[in-house]
Design a protein around this ligand. Structure first.
Ligand code: CA
Length: 732
């Protein structure tokens, strides 16, 4: 009772940030849906969402629909529609918009079939809308426990559903795969996909469906899990096969011959105790031509190879593209983009299939621009490397040796002894925000980044030779706690930059590049109309000329973007749809001051445009971003320094580097008096667990909380003083 009272007080007093977070968990409850599932109610024969393999394979014959995650099985995110083109795009206007009832990051690619649109929002909620009007047909909430938010690195996001034979498939953040009736949203079945629910597994990716099977992976490599992908029967949810991406304990029998092979590339460590990593959290692509499934595999745990595999070795299948037989899950081939990964260089980025003339030979290729900064073209019949050109500045390796297929690391950027600024940093040259590929122009349109990190080996490991797995926390093996200090150890950092780049995968030539204001922007869509669409962090959606990069159209949505746009056509009218709402793992987002999420907050929306659309998007009121007077503190400089370290080890990934938030998760410098009085109840007592801020009592104690609070207060004072000085200078 007392605890409830405290929560009520917190809600009443917490102000803007918390109110919106609470609203996120207070969306309408789908009681009827849950009841139907609980009682095993009979679900009628499906009548909508009747997508099958044949329809997706011949998707070019129905360009008005967007049938699969990347539109087709090739996942090019290129649409043949051309009503909206270079000439007409200036007439593009808002047709309708829908409030996503969430202020977290929105990352969904909608599926559009026969007039219906299916998309997800944060917390793995699913919406079915009339694609012409935006009218809601049904919605489904899988009721992800709020406290599960802590198990993920980069917010409670979801990238979309798969639709197949009258069912909609969504994977929930807490690791369940759920089949819904496409017409009603009624739950047909749900299953647990996790081998161990006590581990920090999460699912944020969209399932893929083909050949009567649903494929899904998971995330959690920063925390310590063992990656795998599972195929389930699309009709019943029964498990068909499972492929682990990293080996388990070598003293126990290996699940497959490939795990025995992979185990030989892990040397001297006890990786299986932490889990090894190698999660497939984003890209899984089905290839009907070879009946193959491609997995984009992530980084290891921890990031640093000296700790993870002290005897050396490539650590298969980390940072690899792995091809499997889609029916059996049997291994066919792999290509490892970053052997012995040392930087969080995942290869989970979107993969694009195409047919292409390469050096006079017609090839079926797979393309990927993974985090490590090289753009790969592989022959997907056998995984042979055809091209590896840098698409951004990448200092860690000089080039890829085309004979061995291996990157040649630059010893000047080796951080094993001394701190080094390295490009790309852990956000990668390109992250999950999907690129698009225009097959006519042979250009990939990449939301590219040059965002460095000061890499420094973990102090404790350097001093003692012992690395402790932080259960429930981040395991980078780097010196994250002293990030502020180590950033000064290797000179001036390269400036963080963001680009939209038109890149030729074969020549490695950059056809054009547009520099963005901020590095963390949205995915892309290319069309036969000669346009590239992208949303950015300033809250603008833009249409670029595919040939020149000139901006032909721009719309201010007052909300920062991450999600990739799609396009579809109904009754002769072409629509362009995009979800707005930023977030994710952008640790340094708070370094900017002009993100739409900072100016206006982060209210998730779905925006749909058509030629001569006249709908009005109300402009939100700009937020008061001034930092309130923090409570008095007599903490010593030493105590504040300790708080800085605890903060950057435990809090910074969500609340932002140096306590500067990008406007999504609350900015702790702006904490009011009441919440300052409840620091321990929140951080240790977990009174805000329902919003995603679960207790950290397993990782830090009361003294740590006091130190963090002292650090946050000192940061607030510092930035208040700086703002006052700037205002005074303006007045002069
Ligand atoms: Ca990672």
């Amino acid at each position: 009772m007392i605890k409830n009272l405290v929560i009520v007080i917190v809600i009443a007093a917490a102000g803007f940030g918390l109110y919106t977070v609470m609203q996120d968990k207070a969306a309408p409850q789908p009681a009827a849906v849950s009841d139907a599932a609980d009682t095993g109610a009979v679900v009628a024969e499906p009548t909508v969402g009747l997508i099958d393999d044949a329809r997706i394979i011949s998707a070019e014959s129905e360009p008005g629909n967007w049938l699969a995650h990347g539109r087709t099985y090739e996942e090019q995110r290129f649409s043949p529609l051309e009503q909206v083109n270079k000439e007409s795009v200036s007439r593009l206007g808002l047709a309708w918009f829908s409030d996503m009832q969430s202020n977290r990051a929105q990352e969904s690619t909608p599926i559009v079939v026969d007039g219906m649109m299916f998309l997800t929002t944060a917390w793995s909620r699913v919406y079915a809308l009339d694609a012409k009007t935006g009218e809601q047909i049904w919605h489904y909430d899988p009721q992800v426990p709020g406290a599960w938010a802590r198990k993920g690195c980069c917010d409670v996001v979801n990238r979309g559903v798969a639709v197949y034979k009258g069912k909609v498939y969504v994977a929930s953040y807490d690791g369940r795969l759920i089949a819904l009736d496409a017409g009603t949203g009624a739950e047909i079945w749900q299953i647990n996909t996790l081998t161990d629910r006590s581990r920090d597994y999460t699912i944020t990716g969209a399932p893929r469906v083909a050949n009567g099977k649903v494929f899904i992976g998971n995330g959690g490599a920063e925390f310590g899990v063992r990656g795998y992908v599972t195929a389930y029967d699309a009709e019943t949810g029964a498990q068909v096969w499972r492929f682990f991406t990293v080996p388990g304990n070598p003293d126990e029998p290996f699940e497959t011959p490939e795990m025995a092979m992979a185990a030989k590339t892990w040397k001297g460590g006890e990786w299986w105790k932490i889990g090894g990593g190698g999660t497939v959290w984003n890209s899984i692509v089905y290839d009907p031509e070879f009946n193959q499934l491609y997995l984009g595999v992530g980084n290891g745990t921890p990031w640093t190879r000296a700790i993870r595999s002290p005897g050396g070795g490539d650590n298969l299948f980390l940072s690899s593209i792995v091809a499997l037989d889609a029916d059996s899950g049997a291994y066919k081939w792999h290509y490892q983009t970053t052997p012995m990964d040392n930087w969080d260089y995942t290869a989970v980025q979107d993969m694009v299939l195409a047919n292409m003339d390469v050096d006079g030979v017609e090839r079926k290729v797979l393309m990927q621009a993974p985090k490590n900064g090289f753009f790969y073209v592989l022959d997907r019949s056998d995984g042979k490397l055809l091209r590896a050109n840098k698409y951004v500045t990448a200092t860690w390796a000089t080039h890829v040796d085309m004979t061995t297929g291996r990157p040649v690391e630059d010893p000047a950027y080796d951080y094993s002894e001394k701190t080094k600024w390295v490009l790309p940093g852990p956000l990668g040259g390109h992250n999950w925000q999907a690129m698009a590929f225009d097959p006519t122009r042979r250009l990939a349109f990449i939301p590219a980044m040059e965002n460095p990190l000061a890499y420094a080996m973990n102090d404790e490991w350097k001093n003692t030779g012992v690395y402790k797995h932080i259960v429930g926390g981040w395991n980078t093996g780097l010196e994250f706690g002293r990030l502020v200090q180590v950033m000064g150890e290797d000179g001036v950092p390269p400036k963080a930059r963001g680009y939209l780049k038109a890149f030729d995968p074969l020549t490695g030539e950059e056809k054009w590049a547009v520099e963005q204001v901020h590095h963390w922007n949205g995915g892309t869509l290319a069309t036969e109309g000669g346009l590239v669409f992208q949303g950015n962090s300033l809250g603008e959606v833009k249409a670029y000329d595919s040939d020149t990069g000139d901006v032909l159209w721009s719309f201010n949505a007052f909300t920062s973007f991450l999600a990739p746009p799609i396009t579809y056509q109904i009754e002769g009218v072409q629509y362009v749809a995009i979800q707005a709402g930023t977030g994710g793992g952008d640790l340094f987002g708070g370094e900017s001051n002009n993100l739409a999420s900072m100016t206006y907050g982060n209210f998730g929306k779905l925006l749909v445009f058509k030629l001569d659309g006249k709908a009005d998007l109300p402009q939100p009121i700009a937020l008061d971003r001034s930092i309130p007077e923090p409570p008095a503190s007599n903490a010593s400089a030493q105590e504040i320094a300790r708080g800085e370290s605890v903060y950057h080890s435990n809090c910074a990934v969500c609340h932002g580097f140096m306590a500067k938030s990008s406007g999504v998760v609350p900015d702790l410098r702006m904490t009011g008096e009441t919440r300052h009085g409840l620091y321990k109840e929140i951080v240790l007592g977990g009174i805000l667990a329902g919003t995603g801020m679960a207790s950290y009592a397993d990782l830090i104690d009361e003294n740590d909380v006091e130190a963090v609070q002292a650090y946050v207060i000192s940061r607030a004072k510092e930035d208040r003083a700086a703002a006052a000085a700037a205002a005074a200078a303006q007045g002069d």
